[in-house]
Structure formats: C-alpha cells, structure tokens
Design a protein around this ligand. Structure first.
Ligand SMILES: Cc1cc2nc3c(=O)[nH]c(=O)nc-3n(C[C@H](O)[C@H](O)[C@H](O)COP(=O)(O)O)c2cc1C
Length: 217
C-alpha cells in the first residue's frame, strides 16, 4: 500500500525509540500523546496519533540480504514493519541519547526500510542527561538520508530538569522518576505538531506520486 493518500486525517506515528526495561521512553511518549490529544488538529479530526513502539516490533538486527532501497524484502518481520511505517504520513521520534547518538533500535528500525520513509514528515523529540540534543542532531542526518523531511521545531527534555525524582532513592540508577516537563516544553511540542500536520498535507502529493513501498524503482 502506498500510504500517501490525498485526503483524510494526517496519520502520525509516535515512535518510541528505547526498548530497555524501565525505560523513560514510554512516559515521554505518553506525555506526547496527551499534548497531541489537546492539539487543534487532533481534536478537529485533522490528525490522528498512533504509538509505534519499537520494543513491540520484534525486529532483529538488520537481516535482509538486499538493501532496503530495492524494496525486495525477504522476511515477514520486515514486511510487517514496512506496513506499519507505510501507513503513517508522519512521525514523532521519541528518542533518548545513548552514547552521543540514537539507540541502536532507532537506527536499525530506520535502516530496514527506505521508500516507506521517503517524503514523510518527522519531528524529533530527544531526551537525555543534556536534553539528548546530540541524538537529535544525528537523527536529523539519518532521516535526511532516507528522504524524510524534518520539521524545524524540535523538543528536548532533560532527565534532570524535566523529570521529578522526589520520593526516589537517589542512589538507585534504575529510578525512572516522573515526567514533569518544564516551562515551554508543551508549547514547543504543540508547535512541532502544527508543523508536522501542515508539512504533511503539503507533501502528500509527493508521496502519492512515488512508487509503492516494496517495489523496486
Ligand atoms: C547506554 C546508555 C547510554 C547513554 N548515553 C548518554 C549520552 O551519551 N548522553 C546523555 O545525555 N545521556 C545518556 N544516557 C542517559 C539516557 O539518555 C537516559 O538514561 C534516558 O532516560 C534513556 O532513555 P530510556 O530511559 O528511554 O532508555 C545513556 C543511557 C544509556 C542507557
């Protein structure tokens, strides 16, 4: 299926990029979903948001023999992942920073596909000890390579400033804390969502013109 239809709500996939037990990513994604539900486009039916949790996709490290840009998928898990991504017009990537970059699961999930990302719109929400900005910057470079278009407004959350650890054992490295976004975070996310919806509508004709995912071009 070619996802880019010319009418209907903009379908935004909310990609949860961390997969480890006890991750903060699910709480961050939940907050994104809450802010999105208050956004005019979602309230008015112009956009829908669906969680795409990489931990639930069951993707092994890339095991396709043919590079994704040829669209010749041999494995059922790849075809399933292709359908999930192809069904979206746009994405919000919720990514932590791991060692100066995105988690391996994010890179792996992107590497699996190509046409499914083309002409799609993406917003980047990063988080980490220092806001995850280096992961966000890497992600923008990676998405450019698969011809996705990243909107200018991003969101950056600090594990220290935007999480509340009151009641947690300070010596416990597994304490997730509670998400408590600081001033301006919701406004930034809302602006990012507005840009995603606007740009997705503008790019739909480009998506409609491209070859369906999974077909050699
Ligand atoms: C393997 C690993 C590497 C990390 N590297 C960085 C880093 O380079 N910069 C940073 O700001 N935070 C780093 N952190 C902290 C994470 O960004 C932070 O713990 C975040 O909550 C991880 O997301 P998650 O809880 O969804 O897994 C790292 C955490 C892990 C587990």
């Amino acid at each position: 299926m070619n996802s880019a239809e010319t009418a209907g709500p903009v379908r935004i996939g909310l990609i949860v990029g961390s997969t480890r037990p006890g991750r903060r990513g699910t709480a961050v994604a939940r907050w994104v979903g809450q802010v999105a539900s208050r956004h005019d486009a979602v309230r008015g039916g112009g956009a829908v948001v669906e969680v795409v949790d990489l931990a639930e996709q069951g993707l092994p490290l890339l095991d396709e023999p043919v590079p994704a840009m040829f669209g010749d998928y041999r494995n059922a898990h790849t075809r399933h992942w292709s359908a999930v991504v192809d069904a979206c017009d746009a994405f919000v990537f919720v990514t932590p920073e791991y060692n100066h970059s995105v988690p391996a699961a994010v890179k792996n999930g992107i590497d699996y596909l190509y046409a499914e990302w083309n002409d799609k719109v993406a917003g980047v929400l990063s988080y980490g000890v220092h806001g995850g900005t280096r992961a966000g910057d890497h992600l923008r470079q990676i998405l450019a390579e698969v011809r996705a278009v990243v909107v200018p407004t991003g969101v950056s959350l600090s594990v220290f400033a935007d999480f509340d650890f009151s009641g947690s054992d300070p010596g416990d490295p597994t304490a997730p804390g509670r998400i408590a976004p600081g001033d301006g975070r919701e406004e930034a996310l809302s602006t990012m969502l507005t840009e995603i919806v606007t740009w997705s509508r503008a790019l739909r004709p480009a998506g409609a013109a491209r070859a369906p995912a999974g077909v050699e071009v």
